[in-house]
Design a protein around this ligand. Structure first.
Ligand SMILES: Cc1ncc(COP(=O)(O)O)c(C=O)c1O
Length: 455
């Protein structure tokens, strides 16, 4: 970081950063200040180029420059920079995008509501579940089940759904009605001698016990990401989703699948639901929907759900929900173009091809003394850093091992994200090629070596 750049100081003094230690920021200023991006590389204000190892925040699927997306955005801004979707108003791009998305969902979906972020999409789904259940004469069906380490966003309801203790602490959250299950992190939480299937069966039993203790008729939905992302890229163990879906089916629980990170190719499938054979009743997506060129999310559900919601129209009139920028024409135009690009470049074929050396390279890191586990799918891998590979004991959090690996990676040319406690969520832009994958892996090993030597 250049000490002479006045913007560093301005940021330190005036900008409040989310998901950041405020004191550390006030004392040290920004970790990096990114000024430009090209392909899978970002450039920092002091002139360094780094490979992006976490796709911005799991969103820059097409990297940092795309003439087609830029041209479409300009054209839409020249033609119609804004149009509301409240009060039954519409515009061509949003109608086209709604049709396109429902047509490509993992299981048939009929209706889409657009928002500006993943948090808002999940928050809207919580509201719609409650709204629908009241319309059906089941106002007591309000409980929402999710998992520890899950990440569903930061609005008051979405964060209550999230299973990240630091996002609840000192906010007086979560709200009532939000229940949690264990995270499916087999590596850390399996018992001695327990196989992946046995661990998964145990988590299925935990789910059923919670459903029975709560009362199946009190449960509005179970929310889950196909593969947990903000929790540290946790690949579900063998047998996990079959065990969970058996409970969902047995008690007819509404299953909301959060595709905010997994959607649009991250796992080597269009949807994470397809990667793990999930049967969602509704789904939310964002991030790669616009390749992060515009903030936009989509919430999709089925016609029967919409029909129930419509019953409220007779009683209360308009649906009392929406955002000024829902279905923004520029976002919709960009999303349509991004979907075209994904299809034309055979995004899924590309991710599957590149994921072979990517996942092999990640697994090869397990020979490193700091790496306890590395598992993933597609271009999405979680790497566990541990003190003792035999006992899986973790480092004292004060040592900030993950953060130090991240900093060492930055110093050597890889932009990385560590997630406490000491997990690396490795998820480069989906356009990355094999030589860039190798380069990123090479730098990650250097970063691990650097921290290991310090220890
Ligand atoms: C799985 C998942 N769901 C929801 C969200 C919230 O999305 P946003 O940050 O756009 O509100 C995130 C954010 O990273 C996420 O990873």
């Amino acid at each position: 970081m250049s000490v002479t750049n006045p913007l560093i100081e301005q940021d330190r003094q005036h900008h409040v950063h989310g998901q950041t230690n405020l004191r550390q920021h006030a004392e040290q200023g920004p970790v990096v200040m990114v000024t430009e991006g090209h392909g899978v590389y970002i450039k920092t204000e002091d002139g360094r180029e780094l490979i992006d190892g976490f796709s911005g925040l799991g969103c820059t699927s097409l990297g940092y420059d795309n003439e087609r997306l830029a041209a479409v955005a300009k054209n839409q801004m020249d033609t119609l920079p804004f149009a509301p979707t409240f009060y039954g108003r519409s515009h061509p791009k949003v109608a086209e995008l709604a049709t396109r998305l429902t047509g490509m969902a993992a299981v048939p979906m009929d209706r889409v509501m657009f928002q500006c972020s993943g948090s808002e999409a999940n928050d809207a789904m919580i509201k719609f579940l409650w709204y629908r259940n009241i319309a059906r004469g089941q106002p007591e069906r309000r409980k929402l089940i999710s998992r520890w380490r899950g990440y569903y966003g930061n609005t008051v309801a979405a964060v209550s759904l999230s299973g990240q203790p630091h996002m609840h602490a000192n906010f007086g959250l979560p709200m009532d009605d939000f229940l949690k299950l264990s995270t499916p992190n087999y590596y850390h939480f399996h018992r001695d001698g327990e196989t992946e299937e046995e661990f998964s069966a145990r988590l299925g039993q935990e789910f059923e016990a919670l459903v029975l203790a709560t009362g199946p008729d009190k449960i509005a939905a179970f929310f889950a990401e196909p593969m947990q992302s903000g929790g540290g890229a946790i690949l579900p163990p063998a047998g996990y989703w079959p065990a969970m879906q058996a409970v969902i089916q047995k008690y007819a629980i509404h299953f909301h699948v959060d595709e905010v990170v997994c959607g649009f190719g991250r796992t080597g499938y269009w949807w994470g639901a397809q990667a793990f054979d999930l049967q969602p009743d509704s789904t939310s997506c964002a991030k790669a929907l616009t390749a992060a060129f515009f903030p936009m999310s989509a919430l999709m559900f089925k016609e029967d759900f919409y029909q129930d919601m419509m019953r409220n129209s007779d009683e209360v009139g308009v649906l009392g929900h929406g955002f000024t920028y829902s279905g923004h024409p520029v976002g919709a135009a960009i999303a349509l173009e991004a979907l075209d690009i994904y299809q034309e470049m055979d995004l899924i074929g590309h991710v599957r091809d590149v994921s072979v050396p990517f996942l092999e390279g990640c697994k090869a890191l397990m020979d490193h003394p700091l790496v306890g586990d590395a598992r993933g799918i597609g271009l999405f891998c979680g790497i566990e850093l541990v003190k003792d590979k035999k006992t899986r004991e973790q480092f004292d959090s004060a040592l900030q091992i993950g953060r130090r690996v991240q900093d060492a990676a930055h110093a050597n040319g890889l932009y990385l994200r560590s997630i406490p406690p000491d997990r690396i969520s490795f998820m480069p832009p989906l356009i990355i090629d094999k030589s860039e994958v190798n380069e990123a892996l090479r730098i990650l090993r250097i970063a691990l070596d650097t921290v290991w030597k310090e220890l």
